[in-house]
Ligand binder design. Sequence first.
Ligand SMILES: NC(=O)c1ccc[n+]([C@@H]2O[C@H](COP(=O)([O-])OP(=O)(O)OC[C@H]3O[C@@H](n4cnc5c(N)ncnc54)[C@H](O)[C@@H]3O)[C@@H](O)[C@H]2O)c1
Ligand SMILES: [Zn+2]
Length: 738
Amino acid sequence: MSSPRARLDRVTTEHDDAAAPPPELREEYAQLAEEVATHQVAYHQKDAPLVSDAEYDELIHRLRRIEAEHPELKSADSPTEQVGGAPSEAFAPVDHIQRLYSLEDLFSREELRVWYDRAVASLQRQRPEEKPRWLVELKIDGLAINLLYRSGELVRAATRGDGITGEDVTHNVRTIKDIPQTLAGENHPEELEVRGEIFMPSADFEAFNETLISAGKPPLANPRNAAAGSIRQKDPAKTAKRPLSMFVHGIGARSGLELTSQHEAYDQLAAWGLPVSPYTEILDTFEQIEAYLDRYQDKRHDLVHQIDGVVIKVDDFTHQRALGHTSRVPRWAAAFKYPPEEVTTELLDIRVQVGRTGRVTPFAVLEPVKVAGSTVEKATLHNQDVVKAKNLLIGDRVTIRKAGDVIPEVLGPVLPERKRRQEEPGRLREFVFPTHCPSCGAALAPTKEDDVDIRCPNTESCPKQLSERVSHIGSRSALDIEALGDEAANALTQPDEPNPAPLRSEADLFHLSPEDLREVRIWRDKRGKDAGPGQRELVRYFWTKNGQKPTANTVKLFAELEKAKQQPLWRVLVALSIRHVGPTASRALASAYGSMDKIRAADEEELAGIDGVGPVIAASVREWFSVDWHVRVVDRWAEAGVRMVDEVDEDTPRTLEGLTVVVTGSLENYSRDESKEAIISRGGRASGSVSKKTDYVVAGENAGSKLTKAEQLGVPVLDEEQFSLLLTHGPEGLENQG
Ligand SMILES: NC(=O)c1ccc[n+]([C@@H]2O[C@H](COP(=O)([O-])OP(=O)(O)OC[C@H]3O[C@@H](n4cnc5c(N)ncnc54)[C@H](O)[C@@H]3O)[C@@H](O)[C@H]2O)c1
Ligand SMILES: [Zn+2]
């Protein structure tokens, strides 16, 4: 599929100014048109898309581009002229009184700007005295519906179909509680068409899918497919079981009803009991529209329904009429699309990786694909059971999802494509979990018999486990050694033939000398940040000449290792890679005991009793200290001068004793860890989630849902300045603030 597309791009640019389309282009145009038409049927009629919306959008855009350059290629039934699909024969056809249109898609701020300027200019010419206002609302990812009310009674409901003829789904729509059978209020027009979007609320969608999975049925792909599939059931009883809602987004034919604007129409429809969206706003300027786009891009996962963009409409009906329609879309409205969060790509392979605690996890190797602003080529699959549950075969086309900052997830195979591929022998194959560690060759096994996790038992010297542990020691949540990242950890722990690895165990990390790194490439060759231009040769000269003067990179590593020895006890605990012992548990242990020796001496029961520790972590800590080489790590580090005791700083006043504080968003003067430490060292509890028990929420730049939650629960919200006052003077500091 990709090669004809790539060729197409080339051909269209080369022939920008050519008059007659060359035969290859003709043929490729025909092919692409057919492909797009197939996707339209799969999506609109069968509710079973073969590709993601993003890919479809790309195809149809290319088609439009060719048509723009070579209009003679375009036929009247081109897929670019279609509004949705022809109505399915499973339902009675219904002619809409007034046509339904699709919307022009805009994929960037630049495209939006062009569209906006054109609309403004066109209105300016026609009605120079008036300035348009914009009604901006969310683009609900659902199914369009046209409701017909006669004298206040719902008489018919139809899908959009091709815009002229839809499918009669009245019985099914009557099962939706949000849609009134009889309108409230009075003065109902004799005839009224109400347009809206039927959707399955995000929360219900997840719950519904869980019931499907537990009944052994395949889950629905996304809320849009869910809504469309639910409305187009043959049996209304089935539709009735689906949690569906609707929001109004337009008005069609209306007899004897005088309305002057879109927002007035919404107000009237709301007064008659129809559900209108709470997210709609009337705006005046382009900047305000952009601010709206920004706001909802951040919030898109906290909404009642899924959205794929924002719809911008000219509010005034006179203005709408002045701008008019094309055959397919209104010129007075357009849809701004957010970057897609779901795309499909090829599952090239499933491999396994070895983690720092020996866990061997499968991950998907993907054909690189852009999603939500970044390129994805790998996604964890967690364990064998997940690979099975997701029903993945190597060679499948798969849907992946990346929402915001969340790590990318493989949702599952594109099933219709799977069927096609199954017919080609050898195209698909099942993933077989390896029996031996890909790094050290040890036989893999679960720790306990019924454990889903498979592990490499060679914990001490499996090179991959060791390098993962070493890079973890350098990570920000552990000893925070910037010069000790993945690359450095690899260089330290993997042999670089003919040289052996400088480090065979993390026990010796703090005993390394610059001499040990002399032959290791990243320290031998690389100029550090401090080394100025031209110094590289000089530094190398010293190395080769007398082996005395280390490179700037080496200096940096050793300076940072030295500094790391002074890190607080909790960070040392994190650095040890004890299973289940992350920053939270480490802080709890460190503040309860204050020294490594005491933690080592504590028995399991005692550990389990510590607030923030509990039985699982307690067992894990005890087990860890029972292994000889683990203890050796601690001893060797202590020997090298790593701090194993927390000094109780008598000078820090315990101003936050007994208080729980949540910090959200970014502060100017404190990093995430610094603010936590500031709270804990003053006797407070630094929590990650807001509840009724939270005493204060400190909100920095870009604070998100935690701030909203605090406001809902009435938890006092502090800015950074008030936070500083709280730290130095306790709650009284805030009271005196005036
Ligand atoms: N994956 C595939 O194979 C495939 C195939 C065909 C179409 N598609 C997807 O379908 C969409 C194109 O279909 P389309 O013609 O329905 O266009 P569209 O969904 O981009 O926009 C038009 C529709 O948006 C809906 N809408 C939602 N909120 C609205 C609001 N607030 N105001 C007005 N309208 C609102 C209306 O139902 C309207 O008909 C694209 O997203 C495309 O990616 C995908
Ligand atoms: Zn191994």
